[in-house]
Design a protein around this ligand. Structure first.
Ligand SMILES: Nc1nc2c(ncn2[C@@H]2O[C@H](COP(=O)(O)OP(=O)(O)OP(=O)(O)O)[C@@H](O)[C@H]2O)c(=O)[nH]1
Ligand SMILES: [Mg+2]
Length: 448
């Protein structure tokens, strides 16, 4: 980490101000070589200084330069930030001068990687910085900020502490039986502790699912036989004519998608090809995709036609969606009713007449309890890697619990418990493989 790195850390494009960030031992010295007015080695740390950037005595830009000396900086190294005027040409010119004078162009995420490697932030916080950069709605922004503050890391750290105490107790009991002042951990104590840990882990997993909803939104698939009004519904929800609507069966042959914001949550609405037996090659692939979406989507809107009774395909789909999040929409209520069906989640609509749209939104709201998610203290894991690790930890604890019931010796349980401790450590980056770290940080934007 000897190199001094530099990158443009504001979004590329035309903005009023661009920020160039430089981190490393020589950052102040290097910037000093390209300024004219004041010697930056003589200014106080954590100050903002007016200056001119020059090349061959010619002024390139008037700038404000923040000087932050180590160790109290984001990367724990000397950091300089140059606020210059936003044009691409000026900003690139300054970056070029910095490189000519000894900086290296930063790799994506390298600033955050340094912060992590220098022990300034843990892996979870680093990941939440990455999420923050990508955050789409206000809710998801709040979530990343809470995680950034480290509250989720604390949750995991507390769990690890609990485990360490149990482990220490086991080890002392086994290896130093002569220490009589340390209470012996009985099997029933161990059972209680495992139960506590398991409940805690599972609560984080459950809450993390909500935070996935907040961050990534809900995939909502519109499914149904041809001509029931799937594309009409997509267009109505998106308030634009995104998909083609005709009275010809098989109009939609591939997936059409769009996003809407429902009470601050993102819904990814996916219109699909009408499900039927078809010889058309393209449509057949489309139908395949529709069927796969039934498995993958977070919510299925299954549209039926009020004017016709259920066909065989529809009966099969009803069976498939029974145990999934679903809403059945009976569309075309402006026509005579010929359909016979019973289900708890039915909404009647006449999409072309704007009837039932608000009922549908309300139903979705109820199903996912958006109001309650918003009120929660959002301190949960938000990425797939951490959640997968937590699930692994939860399974391992279940294994320990069943081993306790089968009277497996405590020394064996100790090994499993140690493993849980390590898995949790992985979440906050206490044990890491270089490969994983590099891969993670390379997903960051340049300059972060
Ligand atoms: N009467 C009536 N017709 C409707 C209603 N909603 C949609 N339609 C009509 O039904 C026909 C089919 O609508 P689409 O939205 O293209 O149906 P789809 O399910 O996407 O059909 P495919 O793409 O072929 O699978 C069009 O002529 C729509 O105008 C409704 O509420 N009432
Ligand atoms: Mg369609």
């Amino acid at each position: 980490m000897e190199d001094t790195i530099a990158a443009i850390s504001t979004a590329q494009g035309i903005g009023a101000i661009s920020i160039i960030r430089i981190s490393g031992k020589d950052s102040i010295n290097i910037v000093n070589k390209i300024v004219k007015k004041k010697n930056l080695n003589q200014v106080d740390t954590h100050t903002i200084n007016y200056n001119h950037i020059i090349e061959n005595n010619k002024m390139i830009d008037e700038v404000l330069i923040s000087i932050m000396r180590e160790p109290k900086t984001f990367t724990t190294e000397n950091i300089v930030e140059i606020n210059c005027h936003g044009g691409i040409a000026t900003t690139n010119k300054i970056l070029e001068l910095l490189i000519l004078n000894g900086c290296r162009l930063a790799e994506p995420g390298e600033f955050t990687k340094r912060a992590f490697l220098n022990g300034r932030i843990d892996l979870l916080e680093a990941e939440s910085i990455m999420d923050l950069i990508k955050a789409k709605t206000e809710n998801s922004m709040k979530l990343s900020v809470t995680q950034l503050k480290g509250s989720t890391s604390k949750l995991i750290q507390n769990l690890r502490e609990k485990i360490i105490k149990v482990l220490a107790n086991i080890v002392v009991n086994i290896d130093y039986p002569e220490y009589e002042d340390i209470e012996e951990l009985t099997i029933s104590d161990l059972k209680i502790k495992m139960q506590e840990i398991s409940l805690e882990i599972n609560k984080i997993i459950k809450d993390s699912k909500n935070s996935k909803i907040i961050k990534e939104g809900i995939d909502v698939a519109i499914i149904g036989k041809p001509n029931v009004g799937k594309s009409s519904l997509l267009n109505k929800l998106l308030e634009e004519e995104k998909a083609i609507v005709t009275d010809i069966e098989g109009t939609t042959r591939d997936i059409v998608e769009g996003k809407i914001n429902l009470n601050g949550f993102i819904l990814n609405i996916i219109d699909t090809a009408g499900i039927r037996d078809t010889t058309d090659t393209v449509e057949k692939i489309g139908v395949e995709k529709s069927l796969q979406l039934i498995e993958k989507a977070d919510l299925i809107l299954f549209i039926l036609d009020n004017h016709t009774d259920l066909n065989e395909d529809e009966k099969i789909i009803l069976e498939k969606i029974k145990n999934k999040n679903h809403i059945i929409i009976i569309n075309k209520t402006d026509l005579d009713s010929k359909i016979k069906i019973q289900d708890e989640n039915i909404i009647r609509m006449s999409i072309i007449n704007n009837v039932g749209i608000s009922d549908l939104k309300e139903k979705i709201n109820q199903l996912f309890q958006f109001d309650q998610i918003e009120q929660q203290d959002m301190t949960y894991l938000t990425n797939a890697r951490s959640i997968a690790l937590l699930k692994q930890a939860s399974e391992k604890i279940s294994e320990i619990q069943s081993n306790i019931n089968q009277n497996i010796p405590i020394s064996i349980l100790e090994i499993d418990l140690r493993e849980v401790w390590e898995i949790l450590g992985n979440i906050i980056g206490e044990f890491y493989q270089e490969e994983l770290i590099n891969q993670l940080f390379s997903q960051f934007c340049l300059g972060k």
